[in-house]
Design a protein. Structure first.
Ligand code: PAF
Length: 289
């Protein structure tokens, strides 16, 4: 594995790989690898001739300085892991390399960025969209891999690649979960043991939403209300949102008859977690409860 902290030599190495006829898969990360990250790298490995992993805790996507400071960082562990998973190139830029003096451009997917996470974390998606546009431009990859746990981020990235004519295929990779259902996240290590146990309520509430849909309920507001109530039963959870939305636009829907996304965000102490699940309607006519 070749490691780069500067853009120019990375670009030269990638150009050489492309000239040799190799396809390139990009797995952008902020490090502190867990199984979810490894799944992105493995998928990139399986579907491309060469794999680039990027490791950059992007300061511009943190709207809360405390969250940025406490974000887990283990570069000394991540680099050998990336190599063991078959990465050919590792890119670990400094903030100055990504945002040199005079940097003055931002990328915003306007509508999408204002909803859900965007409403709770002003500026977050501008930071994500800008850094991802830069990474996609630097890599010139054939495919780039992003986790579905950050479903809204995935939609923002699909939007910006389409709008800016970036010729990289964006591949969504299913959420990896702990044995008790908790979606893997770098922030999970910040939970106390008690909060960690309580946090499983997010996945069970989402399962519950599908169980309700399985009984024939299609009313999105009713399902969202059940979703919120299930989470609120857990005293350590402070719900930020619990909604049922269109999977692409993330706008609220009235009915799940054509499928919908249940999305939740809640705080457990200082740690804010998100999760989501696609809901499918039960076959047959809708019922009211
Ligand atoms: O999902 C992440 O880890 C980050 O938001 C990303 C896509 C690497 C951009 O910094």
């Amino acid at each position: 594995m070749q490691t780069f902290s500067e853009i120019a030599p990375l670009r030269a190495a990638l150009a050489e790989a492309r000239q040799a006829g190799k396809s390139i898969g990009l797995a952008p990360t902020m490090g502190a690898f867990h199984e979810g990250h490894l799944t992105l790298i493995r998928r990139a490995r399986a579907e491309n001739d060469a794999v680039l992993v990027t490791l950059f805790v992007n300061p511009t996507q943190f709207n809360d300085i405390e969250d940025f400071v406490s974000y887990p960082r283990h570069p000394e562990r991540d680099a050998p892991t990336a190599e063991a998973e078959g990465a050919d190139f590792l890119f670990t830029p400094s903030p100055d390399e990504m945002y040199p003096k005079g940097f003055d451009t931002v990328v915003v997917a306007r509508g999408l960025s204002e909803r859900l996470e965007g409403a709770s974390r002003p500026g977050h998606f501008q930071g994500v969209a800008t850094v991802v546009a830069k990474l996609l431009n630097i890599a010139g990859a054939d495919r780039a891999y992003f986790g579905e746990k950050d479903w809204q981020q995935l939609q923002v990235i699909r939007r910006l690649t389409a709008d800016l004519n970036i010729p990289t295929e964006i591949v969504g990779v299913p959420t990896v979960r702990e044995a008790d259902g908790l979606a893997m996240s770098s922030r999970n290590v910040l939970l106390t043991a008690e909060q960690r146990r309580a946090a499983t309520v997010l996945a069970s509430a989402l399962d519950n939403a599908q169980a309700i849909a399985d009984t024939g309920v299609q009313d999105a507001y009713q399902i969202a209300a059940w979703l919120r109530q299930t989470i609120e039963v857990q005293p350590l959870a402070r719900v930020d949102y619990a909604v049922v939305v269109d999977p692409e636009t993330l706008q609220e829907v009235d009915s799940i008859e054509n499928g919908a996304l249940a999305a939740v965000a809640a705080r457990f102490g200082k740690v804010r977690l998100i999760d989501n699940r696609l809901l499918r309607p039960a076959p047959g006519p809708a019922v009211r409860r």
